[in-house]
Design a protein around this ligand. Structure first.
Ligand code: SF4
Length: 327
C-alpha cells in the first residue's frame, strides 16, 4: 500500500504564493514583484519523502522556507498536523518549529564556527527543554552516534570536519528536537559524489528509525529518484507535474519533465533516449510569460498555450500535470 492511501496529509499547502517586492529609487518604491512561489498546492503524507525538483531559481527552496515559516507567505494556507500555521507567531510558531526542521545545502555556513559541536547540538534542546546538563549531554552524544560520528566530535569545532561529516552534524542538529517533518534543501549537492550516497543512505535509515517525513529538495533528478516516494516538478514558481517516483521516471507527461529526465546520463546505451535540449533560458520570475510559463521553451507549444495558464490536474491515477497536451 502506498503512503498516501487511507491517510490524512501531515502537511497541506494550498495556493501558496511568495512574492518578493522589487524596490527602486531613493524612496524605495515597489515597482514590481519576483513571483518566487506562484500558487502552489501540495500534500505530504506521514512517513513519505516528497521530492521537489527543478532548475535553480525555480522557487523550490523558497517553497521550503515558506512552509517552515522562515519566510512569510504572501497568500495561501499551510496546515501542519491539522493546525493552520499560515499566520502563527510568537510562542505558537516557536512550538511548531520543534516539529518542523530544515537541513541546509551548505552545512558549514549553517554551523557557528566558534561553537563546539556539542554546544551546537545542545542549543536547540536547551531552548526547548529544562533538562539537567548531564541529560542534555547524553542526548547529544546519542545524536552523534545516530548520525555516524564518534563521541569525540562533541569537543571539536566545525572546521575540523570534512564536508560529509559537517552535513552529518547538520542532520543531527535537525534531529535534536525529534521533529515530525524535515525539509532537506539540496543536502548533498555541496558534497563529493563519493560521499553523497553515504549521506542519502543515512537520511533513509534515520527516516525509518525516527518515523520521519521528508521534503527533499534537489535540482538533480537522479538524487531525488533515490530518495522519493512522490515527486513534484517545479518551473518558474509553479508546480507543473506531481507523480509517484516510478511513474514519473517511466512516463513523464510534461515536456519540461521530459527534457529534465532526458539529461540524466544512463549507463546502458540500449536504454538511452535522445536528449531533449531546451531553447532559451528560464524566464525572469519578475516578468513571467503569459499563459503557460513554459511556452517560450516548449517544443510542443500551441496557440492556446500563449494565452491560458494550464492548471495542475490528475490525468492518470495519482499523476497530475499542468499542460494542455493532457486534457
Ligand atoms: Fe508546452 Fe503548451 Fe503544455 Fe505548456 S501547455 S507545456 S506550452 S504544450
Amino acid at each position: 500500500m502506498s503512503v498516501t492511501e487511507n491517510k490524512k496529509p501531515l502537511l497541506q499547502v494550498k495556493n501558496l504564493k511568495k512574492y518578493f517586492p522589487i524596490k527602486k529609487g531613493f524612496l524605495q518604491r515597489t515597482i514590481g514583484h519576483v513571483k518566487a512561489v506562484d500558487n502552489i498546492s501540495l500534500d505530504v503524507y506521514k512517513g513519505e519523502t516528497f521530492g521537489l525538483v527543478g532548475e535553480s531559481g525555480c522557487g523550490k527552496s523558497t517553497t521550503g522556507r515558506t512552509i517552515l515559516r522562515l519566510d512569510r507567505p504572501t497568500e495561501g494556507s499551510i496546515r501542519f498536523a491539522g493546525q493552520d500555521i499560515t499566520d502563527v507567531k510568537g510562542s505558537t510558531l516557536r512550538k511548531i518549529r520543534q516539529d518542523l526542521q530544515m537541513v541546509f545545502q551548505d552545512p558549514y555556513a549553517s554551523l557557528n564556527p566558534k561553537m563546539m559541536v556539542g554546544n551546537i547540538l545542545a542549543e536547540p534542546i536547551l531552548n526547548f527543554n529544562k533538562l539537567p546538563k548531564e541529560k542534555i549531554k547524553a542526548q547529544v552524544m546519542d545524536l552523534l552516534v545516530k548520525v555516524g560520528l564518534t563521541y569525540d566530535a562533541y569537543y571539536k569545532y566545525p572546521h575540523e570536519f570534512s564536508g560529509g561529516q559537517r552535513q552529518r552534524i547538520g542532520i543531527a542538529r535537525a534531529l535534536a528536537l525529534k521533529p515530525k517533518l524535515i525539509i532537506a534543501d539540496e543536502p548533498v549537492s555541496a558534497l563529493d559524489v563519493s560521499v553523497q550516497s553515504q549521506v542519502l543512505n543515512l537520511l533513509k535509515r534515520l527516516q525509518e528509525e525516527f518515523k520521519l517525513t521528508f521534503i527533499f529538495i534537489a535540482h538533480d533528478l537522479s538524487v531525488v529518484k533515490h530518495m522519493s516516494d512522490r515527486i513534484g516538478v517545479m518551473y518558474l514558481g509553479q508546480m507543473i507535474e506531481v507523480a509517484q517516483g516510478e511513474s514519473l521516471y517511466r512516463e513523464p507527461l510534461h515536456p519540461y519533465t521530459q527534457a529534465l529526465l532526458s539529461a540524466i546520463p544512463i549507463p546502458d546505451p540500449r536504454s538511452r533516449k535522445e536528449r531533449i535540449v531546451l531553447k532559451g533560458d528560464v524566464p525572469n520570475p519578475a516578468n513571467p510569460p503569459t499563459g503557460c510559463s513554459f511556452h517560450p521553451r516548449c517544443p510542443h507549444v500551441m496557440p492556446e498555450c500563449r494565452e491560458k495558464r494550464p492548471v495542475l490536474k490528475e490525468v492518470r491515477p495519482k499523476h497530475q500535470v499542468a499542460c494542455f497536451l493532457h486534457g
